[in-house]
Design a protein around this ligand. Sequence first.
Ligand SMILES: O=C(O)C(=O)C[C@]1(C(=O)O)C=C[C@@H](O)C=C1
Length: 88
Amino acid sequence: MTLDELRAEIEDIDREIVELIARRTYVAETVAQVKDERDLPTTDEGQEEQVMRRAGQNAERFDVDSNLVKAVFRLLIELNKVEQRESR
Ligand SMILES: O=C(O)C(=O)C[C@]1(C(=O)O)C=C[C@@H](O)C=C1
């Protein structure tokens, strides 16, 4: 494979990553509606711990650095909370 081909593959993957982030954020907006109806707080620390634990397990399964993957998920959770607070 040439460098250009490899970079085109990275470009495709990057678009998919952004699409997945958008999907995750969209679901979080729906979660915000449900929480609003039930008068629940935006932050659920127990759920965040589960998400982070799963992120670490998945990182190990795919042999990528678990601390870096967890850092990405910490940002995704924060992004969701910002979106949820804006939509409530
Ligand atoms: O599961 C929820 O209750 C969510 O709002 C989603 C989410 C997440 O991004 O995974 C975000 C905020 C909560 O503190 C916990 C988890």
